[in-house]
Structures are given as structure tokens and as C-alpha cells.
Design a protein around this ligand. Structure first.
Ligand code: ZN
Length: 125
């Protein structure tokens, strides 16, 4: 449980400033101390303030969303070929990561781009 005002150990990916836990009508999130000059932010669990993954700049965030949308198709929806648990095992194996790091919210831009390439192929076949 984290309280508003808590400072994240990772700096703002946009400007290097501090990321501070704040409350909004949507729940808790980490916002840059240099707001409104900088609109860097990082996701938190809405109620506990637990940071979600590793902070990333906007291009990385965008790639994570894209990678996640493709990845979810492996186990969810009409193209699904495996169960959710199997999909995460596949992810760890494919990306050569251990279970704790096989989460797209922790991926770098390079890791996302690699995964997107692999998934685009995987989903076509
Ligand atoms: Zn910032």
C-alpha cells in the first residue's frame, strides 16, 4: 500500500524528474513532479498505488500497447491457439526471459519490436 506523495524509485522517462503518486478520478497513478511542463507518467494499481511494470517513454508505451494487443490474441479471441498460462510460458521462452520478467509492461522498446515481429508471423500461420 502506497500513499499519495510516494516517490517512485524510477525517474520520469521523459525528463528524469521524480514520479510522484497522485490521486485522480480514475484512481492512483504516478505523475511527473515537473507537470505541467512534463506530462510523463506511469501506471499504478488504482487502489494500492503499486507501480505497474517499469516506466517508459511514449514510443515505448505505444509499442507495449501494440505488442500486448497482438500477444493477447494468442490466448483470447477467435485466433487463440493457447491458454493464457501457456501464452505467458511461450512469451518467456520466445523472449528468453525468466517468468518474473516475461511481462510486456517491463519490456523495452527493442523487446516490444522484436515481439511484434514474431507475433505478426505467429498469428498469420
Ligand atoms: Zn517528467
Amino acid at each position: 500500500m502506497y500513499n499519495p506523495g510516494h516517490i517512485l524509485k524510477h525517474p520520469c522517462p521523459e525528463c528524469g524528474g521524480e514520479l510522484i503518486l497522485r490521486n485522480s478520478k480514475y484512481g492512483l497513478f504516478y505523475g511527473c513532479a515537473n507537470y505541467p511542463k512534463c506530462d510523463g507518467s506511469h501506471g499504478a494499481h488504482k487502489k494500492t498505488g503499486e507501480p505497474l511494470g517499469i516506466p517508459a517513454d511514449k514510443p515505448t508505451k505505444q509499442s507495449r500497447i501494440e505488442a500486448h494487443n497482438l500477444f493477447d490474441k494468442l490466448w483470447n479471441g477467435p485466433e487463440a491457439t493457447m491458454r493464457r498460462k501457456e501464452a505467458y510460458k511461450w512469451l518467456a521462452r520466445t523472449m528468453d526471459l525468466d517468468k518474473d520478467n516475461a511481462h510486456i509492461s517491463k519490456f523495452s522498446k527493442e523487446q516490444c519490436d522484436k515481439l511484434i515481429k514474431i507475433l505478426t508471423k505467429e498469428l498469420k500461420t
